[in-house]
Design a protein around this ligand. Sequence first.
Ligand code: GLA
Ligand code: ZN
Length: 551
Amino acid sequence: MIIEGKNILLHGADYNPDQWLDCPDILAKDIELMKKSHINCVSVGIFAWSRLEPSEGVYDFDWLENIINELYKNGIYSLLATPSAAKPFWMTEKYPEVCFTDINGDQHHGGVRANFCMSSPVYREFVRKMDEALSERFGKNPAVIMWHIGNEFTSTKCYCDKCQHNFREWLKAKYGDIETLNKAWWTDFWAHRYTNFDEIHPPMPTGEPDMASLNLDWMRFTEDNTLDFIKMEVAAVRKYSSVPTTTNLMGFFEYNYTKLADAVDYISWDSYPFWHSGDDIKTAAETACTHDYMRAITKDKPFLLMESTPSSVNWSPVSKLKAPHVHYTASMQAIAHGSDSVQYFQWRKSRGSNEKFHGAVVDHFGGENRVFNDVRELGEKLEQYSEIAGSLFKSNIAFLFDHENRTAIKLSQGPRNCNDGYMELLFNFHAALWEKGVNTDIINMTQPFDGYKVIIAPMIYMMRGGVDEKIREFVKNGGICIMTVQSGWVDENDLSYLGGWPHGLMDVFGIWDEETDALWDNEFNSIVPNADFLSGEYQAERLCALIHANE
Ligand code: GLA
Ligand code: ZN
């Protein structure tokens, strides 16, 4: 239950009233329209730092409190955000270290968002103080049902001296001594041997950009740094409050999101499929796969659809409207895959600066138009379906999708540097079951296999965390594991396994993968099975493994 004792599917939107504080008529109209469209919650304060702390150390929460209380009086809950995603200019001008330094070593000015330095003690302190102050003021307000931590944490990497220093410390903690790191990273090739940790820089075009092991650890460090930042924020809002926390993720966009599951209570995500931009069935299938991934990150709770658009996406190459009924269908797809909410970015279209044409519930027109009516219709339905709130379901088939593996494939320098095909393979396999109405989970190599009957493991190039042993046990206990080409090639540092592929599983699968041929796009080969149970000819594309059956 998101709200103790209440069966409720959330229907809400990012609400950014800080843009309209001098328009009381608009704020009043918002509440009227929210009620009409069966909106029962809003996410507030997400990018409101310059209004919440207009100058250093001066907090102004009155406007926010008035709005939150007024909404509550009208039956609308708030998911209160911490504003850490966007820094105010007074801060970036006075404390440039809060801004990130890019891969070329240039420190940025203020502006944009989700681009701060996670290692900056100054930024962390500003955020901690802000979050604690919000917690103190709103933590016990019954209107606030959830903390929305930051916004779309990405692995935007900062290359400042502090981040570089922390990276070296992280490496020291991981490897202990430089010789162990040298071995793990295979540094004797190209004279890359380090004599001490201080010689290590992150992968950068001005230094060593390509080495897979260095890149992988830099990615892991950045993720851990982000996780630590989120945990700091969670601790700060928890100071005076016990309501649950979430942070909005971005599906398969990037980042090893499974790591975040322990930091927050609810997983939520922002879904922006490009409807009507090609093959809608394919778009629906990929969206289903992403919902399955987000749901399977936390198995014991529903996930939340934190953002979607009721209309068009402003950053897609062409902003298509949603055709009639597509809003309902797409929203119900999320619910059917385990979401307990449908929320939008944003409630009312901004007038200027950025994203002013992104589809919102209330258009610049300001009243009840087609999109508004679509939202209202969905809101009515969600109320009728509220009894399913909190329900969970169990899949007995899981796909092994692993962000580290995906990154390693990208960095692998062969066999296909043009479109490695990993995501496409996952989506294609998933779509085959989805079309038959079979529900599946998407899990990574560290998640338990308990309760599954089938594990489908496309291209497990990197095998980490003892996944080979897990597969062996799983199969021994009667599970079915389906594996593909390019599997079991390297360890977690991208060191090739010696002694044959798929490493550790040659006896389990009864094969030896001797060589792999890579095909150009539109070049095909054929598979002609020589077996009683399978006949015909099958087309092979991209990668062809020459495998031998083990006698
Ligand atoms: C993301 C962000 C929102 C908004 C939307 C629409 O999901 O979280 O703040 O920018 O995209 O573009
Ligand atoms: Zn930094």
